[in-house]
Design a binder for this molecule. Structure first.
Ligand SMILES: *Cc1c(COP(=O)(O)O)cnc(C)c1O
Length: 377
């Protein structure tokens, strides 16, 4: 089955009881048992048919053993991290999503799960960061907001040498463009709030694992900790995912046109987009993904100018988040990455003038015109 077909026909389709073509929203907490202990579903934290349809769909899209749906991307990532115990150590991509950085340094730190942040695009740095107690490598590729690319196959080699788990945050590329499990990862996580949902109307997280053992462990955690996704939001995600292919392709066409426009301007100092042949991760990304997606960051020179630009766009809505049908614009240093200390932001290259755009599926001409007037105002 090809990708766009799988988006429609993957997982559990429709309803076996009524023949409904759209998976119904099973708005239910508990289920009647046919005699004690004789049931298909017991309680909706443990299992719900609408959530199950979504979990089967993401499992199929990522080519894994089992999928799990959570109330947010952070709930999904937290659940994965509770596979580990006090004294364990995880190597993380350095310019990781701000919320993941905060989770590791401010919350899990208190439970003695230790972390080292390194530039995972450099395998030697990852090897050097591995300790006696390291249990996993956690990679985001491409990253947010600098679109740095890590070679997933190479990370698999490094992880396999020491029997470490390889976890990949695939939010930016989506399963439409990149399948980390097929490249050797053990666990994939998604903020489904972004491209998978795609319409800025649901907060959700998804996890897919590659083995029966991990599936059993994660199901146990999901049921024990309880951060599940409700049936309404599960249905919204299934609906969003059906058009993922169409949206990603339009987003990418628009993004390429915008990058061409930005490239020709001398009032922009740097453009971060893996689709640019000059991008350091360009070749690696091409070897592991089928598309470059719709995230671009560019430096307009100063924080003051960046704020002016952000105030003046019309079709680019000033907002956090990304991956929706509408284009969004943001200032990472003051928004998504504000929780990262200023000196660390400088180290990473997240300058005050760095503007991040999430390109939507509007007409490219309108988007370019909008950026042009904002940059020239
Ligand atoms: C948004 C995001 C998250 C967190 O997801 P939420 O759904 O907001 O909890 C994690 N990783 C990446 C790359 C993200 O963009």
């Amino acid at each position: 089955m090809k990708k766009k077909t799988q988006l429609i026909h993957g997982g559990i389709v429709g309803d076996q009881y009524t023949g409904a073509v759209s998976t119904p929203i099973y708005q239910v907490s508990t289920y009647k048992q046919d005699g004690v202990g004789n049931f298909k579903y017991e309680y909706s934290r443990t299992g719900n048919p609408t959530r199950e349809a979504l979990e089967a769909l993401i499992r199929d899209l990522e080519g894994g053993h089992a999928g799990f749906a959570f109330g947010s991307g952070m709930a999904a990532i937290s659940a994965v991290m509770t596979l580990f115990k006090a004294g364990d150590h995880v190597v993380f991509t350095d310019d990781v999503y701000g919320g993941s950085y905060r989770l590791m340094t401010k919350v899990l730190h208190r439970f003695q799960i230790d972390v080292t942040f390194v530039d995972t695009s450099d395998a030697e740095k990852v090897k050097a960061a591995i300790q006696e107690n390291t249990v996993a490598i956690y990679v985001e590729t491409p990253t947010n907001p600098l679109l740095k690319v890590t070679d997933i196959r190479q990370m698999k080699e490094v992880a396999a040498e020491k029997s470490l788990l390889l976890i990949v945050d695939n939010t930016f590329s989506t399963p439409y463009y990149q399948n980390p499990l097929e490249l050797g990862a053990d666990i994939v996580v998604h903020s489904a709030t972004k491209y998978l949902g795609g319409h800025s109307d649901v907060v959700a997280g998804l996890v897919v694992v590659n083995s029966k053992e991990l599936a059993e462990q994660l199901h146990f955690i999901q049921n024990s900790v309880g951060g599940i996704l409700g049936p309404q939001d599960s249905w919204l995600l299934i609906r969003g995912i059906k058009t993922l292919g169409l949206r990603m392709e339009q987003t990418e066409r628009n993004t390429q046109a915008i990058v061409e426009f930005l490239k020709d301007r001398d009032d922009i100092t740097t453009i971060y987009y893996p689709g640019l042949p000059s991008h350091p991760g360009h070749t690696t990304h091409l070897q592991q993904a089928n598309g470059f997606g719709g995230m671009v960051s560019f430096d307009v020179g100063s924080g003051k100018r960046a704020e002016d630009v952000l105030r003046k766009t019309t079709f680019f809505t000033l907002a956090e988040s990304l991956g929706a049908v509408e284009s969004l614009i943001s200032l990472p240093a003051k928004m998504t990455h504000a929780s990262i200390p200023p000196e660390r932001r400088q180290e990473l290259g997240i300058t005050d003038g760095l503007v991040r755009i999430s390109v939507g599926i509007e007409d490219a001409e309108d988007l370019i015109e909008d950026l042009k007037q904002a940059l020239e105002a």
